[in-house]
Ligand binder design. Structure first.
Ligand code: SF4
Ligand code: ZN
Length: 302
């Protein structure tokens, strides 16, 4: 197998592009996919500082590596969720990555802040762990971005994440989620940091290859709370479709983005109010995060 561009031995075959690349051409191709995603969705400008949300996994660390290599100004943000050895190891991998490249990393530790990890927070607030985790993450990403002067937060969601989320939302006809799904999420008229997903054109397999070729030491384990998640079933189904018809996954997601404006023409303002407790944009008088934290405090103190 030879590289399609330079004819030296290839390191990866890409059936969806009916091609194969050597190490340098693969890197070039992958960086171009990221640049294409950034410019097509007006994610950020070259002089804008980017807060990169990192989990210690391959996608977020590779994203940080890529943005840094492409010359963007970046600072990492790691949230230690307090999930035993998984959190300890993922923090260690993230810190080693940042230190080795001389990059700044902000760490927020839930156990230090709340005295509880996300599993206990979820239990005390009577919410499923991933639902409480999503609410908490959104709040911290936005709060830390605003406090430190970042207008944009980049996450490592890849094509498999986005296509499987779309698949699940369609299977369950989740119209509000379909309306919101996008590589660039609303910044609520500047009141919120813009959330962007520069890896949405790249599948998991290509991101794993990139991380290995660039010797990125990432945590292999998934969060223990992700066990049994429906998302894995959707990913598996899409992988089968991809094998039968290479390129289907990206076509499915890009097709949705193209049709979205016509499918959902009247977009209601997402969060018109300001939370009376924390000052972040929200739908009612108090945001979901403040309601969750108040519930935990009441339960823990009673
Ligand atoms: Fe949070 Fe883990 Fe659930 Fe992901 S799988 S949302 S990190 S609790
Ligand atoms: Zn609030």
């Amino acid at each position: 197998m030879k590289c399609r561009r330079c004819q030296i031995p290839a390191v990866i075959k890409l059936p969806r592009h009916n091609t194969a690349f050597c190490r340098d051409c693969f890197e070039d191709y992958l960086h171009n996919q990221v640049l294409k995603a950034i410019s097509a969705n007006k994610m950020f400008k070259k002089d804008e500082a980017i807060l990169v949300a990192v989990s210690g996994g391959k996608d977020s660390l590779a994203l940080w590596h890529i943005l840094n290599k492409l010359g963007y100004q970046t600072v990492g943000l790691y949230l230690n969720l307090g999930i035993g050895s998984y959190s300890e190891l993922s923090q260690e991998r993230t810190e080693t990555f940042a230190k080795g490249r001389g990059l700044e990393l902000i760490v927020q530790n839930y156990r230090k802040t709340y005295g509880l990890g996300i599993v206990e927070i979820a239990k005390e607030s009577a919410r499923p762990p991933c639902s409480a985790c999503g609410t908490m993450k959104r709040h911290h990403f936005n709060r830390i971005a605003m406090e430190k002067g970042f207008s944009v937060v980049a996450t490592g969601h890849n094509l498999d994440d986005e296509a499987s989320r779309l698949f699940g939302n369609l299977l369950n006809w989740q119209r509000p989620y379909l309306e919101k799904q996008s590589p660039t999420l609303s910044d609520n008229g500047g009141k919120w940091a813009r959330k962007v997903k520069p890896l949405y054109r790249l599948p998991e397999r290509e991101m794993a290859a990139y991380a290995i070729l660039n010797r990125i030491d990432y945590i292999l384990e998934e969060c223990p709370k992700s066990k049994g998640a429906k998302m894995f079933v959707y990913k598996e189904a899409l992988n089968k479709l991809e094998i039968a018809s290479p390129g289907r996954k990206l076509a499915f997601y890009l097709g949705f983005l193209k049709e979205k404006a016509q499918l959902f023409p009247s977009r209601i303002e997402e969060n018109p109010n300001t939370c009376g407790e924390c000052g972040q944009p929200c739908q009612d008088e108090t945001c979901g995060y403040c309601r969750l934290v108040a519930r935990v405090k009441t339960k823990v103190m009673s």
